[in-house]
Design a protein around this ligand. Structure first.
Ligand SMILES: C[S@@+](CC[C@H](N)C(=O)[O-])C[C@H]1O[C@@H](n2cnc3c(N)ncnc32)[C@H](O)[C@@H]1O
Length: 211
């Protein structure tokens, strides 16, 4: 998701280092200091414009949330939400998830959300999928034992791939849904993409996997 013509996005990001943490690798092992508490830290990778992150943080004040997003023009939308409604338990990182193991110490993270990750349909690009085994190994490194990874997607090939790579990486599949909005017993906060796809009548696929 790339938004065009967001004027001064990088300036706004640079001027709000309280919310978009600069040089995040310097905080490796010290993220509890940023939040000034030892609450668990949950990550959303590819947080987009931040709707899910903000609503999760408001609903769960005893959890710290970090949103990772690689594009200035997208993360600036999440930043604007945070400036409008400051939440002490939220921070943003403008970076690529490939650097996760430099940014967080082992066991520093308690949960990962992968919401509507880019599907990368070409086989030659499968390694870029955020549920490839390469990424799952990075997640294993930063997560505490028995942590959950939650996946939501509208894309069946990505869903099937994510199931396979999770099993091949030794994760336990706790629960899946082939239509999350039909299975309403699962607590759910909608993301921007989810709202768009469910309006189109598409089913939302869901995985709750655990190390
Ligand atoms: C399809 S959008 C979904 C946004 C949001 N999670 C939602 O559900 O509305 C995927 C987002 O992930 C971001 N992204 C993809 N690969 C990433 C990576 N390796 N590191 C950080 N962000 C990434 C993209 O820039 C994009 O904003």
């Amino acid at each position: 998701m790339r938004l065009r013509n967001v004027r001064n996005a990088s300036d706004l990001i640079d001027n709000n280092s309280l919310w978009v943490v600069p040089n995040p690798e310097t905080m490796n092992g010290k993220w509890a200091d940023i939040f000034d508490n030892d609450h668990p830290i949950h990550l959303e990778i590819g947080c987009g414009k931040g709707k899910f992150l903000m609503e999760m943080a408001q609903t769960n004040p005893d959890v710290n949330f970090i949103g990772i997003e690689k594009f200035d023009s997208v993360i600036v939308r999440a930043l604007q939400k945070l400036i409008k409604k400051p939440l002490d338990n939220v921070r943003l990182l403008r970076t690529d998830a490939a650097f996760l193991t430099s940014i967080f110490a082992t066991g520093e993270i308690s949960c990962i959300y992968l919401n509507f990750s880019d599907p990368w349909p070409k086989p030659s690009h499968f390694r870029r999928r955020l549920t490839s085994m390469q990424y799952l190994e990075r997640y294993r490194f930063v997560l505490t034992p028995q942590s959950h990874i939650f996946v939501k997607t509208d894309n069946f090939p990505l869903f099937a791939f994510s199931m396979m790579s999770s099993v091949n990486s030794g994760l336990i599949i706790n629960r899946i849904s082939l239509d999350l909005h039909r299975d309403m017993d699962i607590a759910n906060i909608e993301t921007e993409f989810e709202a768009r796809f469910s309006k189109q009548g598409k089913p939302i696929y869901y995985i709750d996997a655990q190390y």
